[in-house]
Write a protein that binds this ligand. Structure first.
Ligand code: PLP
Length: 400
């Protein structure tokens, strides 16, 4: 090994060591079972899972797995092609149509991930004459997508409508303007004020784009998303989302909107043009998921019941949570070492959850984030609450 390449590897080793020393190294937990409200760890322990984006409990569901097997039987394992060469099957067109109907849009384009949908949405649609006005806490994939585009960038303070208006005014001389926000912000469960955003966008002649990764399938009365929740169905120009969270949990993403937008993306969006077709297993299972969610709101209703129950009980025990209604429930522990110790103790007590601390969340805002699922039984939630109470008392977070 030359001295130069040697320095490269020792540099990486030092950076990794620094991450470990700073407590920022992210270990991976290995699950030996299907994903679900209960999982088996590698060492054979059973844990109640409170940290998956498995909002509707579909990830490990038998009928979803069966739908993917049926699609594989019919369409095979994969396409060995991008969409426009020989990678489009009927199941992909059916899924795009089903997503459009579900969201109330004209057309939809599939991607290998929502990360790609966001990465490939701006550059084909906007250029240096245009402005992108983005919430300061938008997802990393939106930030990266904006970086790949030549449009002028304006950032508004998180969820701050007065600042959004200021930025819209600052962008006034730009040709096209688009306001971009996560529909739901996953750290706090904050729901974007889409009604107000749409109103401001109309006032200043801007388009609106939302990322519905933590909303599609369960927000709003029939689970269509944040636009349904805020009564602005049909008023959002571009919707991106994932098939990897509530809508089945495998992987895959999409962008949905007007026909000419989606057509343009099919012609020009680089993660679509230069990356392989979504596997038929995922397309077929996602299609079955959308069929069932359109037929019944049972899972969505159960999720919201579980959320309301957990939010009420965790406060009754004496914990502080960020107020709200979303199944993301941040239980505030404030100090990073407390959050770390708490998550570790909960693991010993059979509950899987994740701690977040600076720099992921602001200093002094350390927390564990609970994510409810339709798959959680009342009995499981009672066990989790009992563990919270025990660990909370042991660590002096709540009073005896
Ligand atoms: C998870 C997430 C993504 C990425 O979704 P993938 O399909 O896993 O790539 C994008 N945006 C937001 C807001 C997310 O939460």
């Amino acid at each position: 090994m030359s001295q130069a390449t040697n320095a490269f590897y020792t540099g990486l080793q030092q950076n990794l060591e620094k991450l470990r020393n700073d407590g920022l190294y992210k270990p991976e937990r290995v699950i030996a079972s299907r994903q679900g409200s209960e999982v088996q760890s590698e060492d054979g322990r059973t844990l109640i899972n409170m940290c998956a984006n498995n909002y509707l409990g579909l990830s490990g569901q038998e009928w979803v797995a069966q739908a993917s097997i049926e699609a594989t039987e019919k369409y095979g394992y994969g396409l060995s092609s991008v969409r426009f060469i020989c990678g489009t099957q009927t199941v992909h067109k059916q899924l795009e149509k089903a997503i459009s109907e579900f969201l109330g849009t004209e057309d939809t384009i599939l991607y290998a991930a929502a990360f790609d949908a966001n990465g490939g949405v701006f550059e084909p649609l906007f250029d240096e004459n245009d402005a992108i006005i983005s919430d300061a806490l938008n997802h990393a994939s939106i930030i990266d997508g904006i970086r790949l585009c030549k449009a002028a960038r304006f950032r508004y303070a998180h969820n701050d409508m007065a600042d959004l208006e200021k930025q819209l005014q600052a962008a006034a001389d730009k040709r096209h303007k688009v306001v971009v926000t996560d529909g739901v912000f996953s750290m706090d469960g904050t729901i974007a004020q889409l009604d107000k955003i749409v109103e401001l966008a109309e006032k200043y002649g801007a388009l609106v784009m939302i990322d519905e990764c933590h909303a599609s399938g369960f927000m709003g009365k029939t689970g269509r998303g944040t636009h349904e929740h805020h009564n602005v169905l049909g008023k959002i120009d571009i919707i991106t989302g994932t098939l990897g969270k509530a809508l089945g949990g495998a992987m895959g993403g999409f962008t949905s909107g007007r026909k000419e937008v989606i057509d343009t993306l099919r012609q020009k969006s680089r993660p679509y043009l230069f990356s392989n077709t979504l596997a038929p297993a995922i397309a077929g299972a996602s299609l079955e998921v959308l069929r069932r969610l359109s037929a019944s709101t049972e899972l969505r209703d159960r999720l919201h019941e579980n959320t309301a129950y957990f939010r009420k009980e965790i406060e009754r025990i004496g914990f502080t949570i960020k107020p709200g209604t979303h199944p993301v429930v941040p239980v505030m522990l404030f100090e990073a070492p407390v959050a770390q110790k708490f998550a570790a103790r909960m693991y010993e007590l059979g509950v899987l959850l994740s701690g977040f601390f600076y720099p992921v969340v602001p200093m002094g805002q350390a927390r564990v984030r609970v994510q409810l699922s339709a798959a959680h039984t009342r009995e499981q939630l009672e066990k989790v609450l009992a563990a919270f109470e025990q660990a909370g008392k042991e660590l002096g977070i709540i009073k005896n």
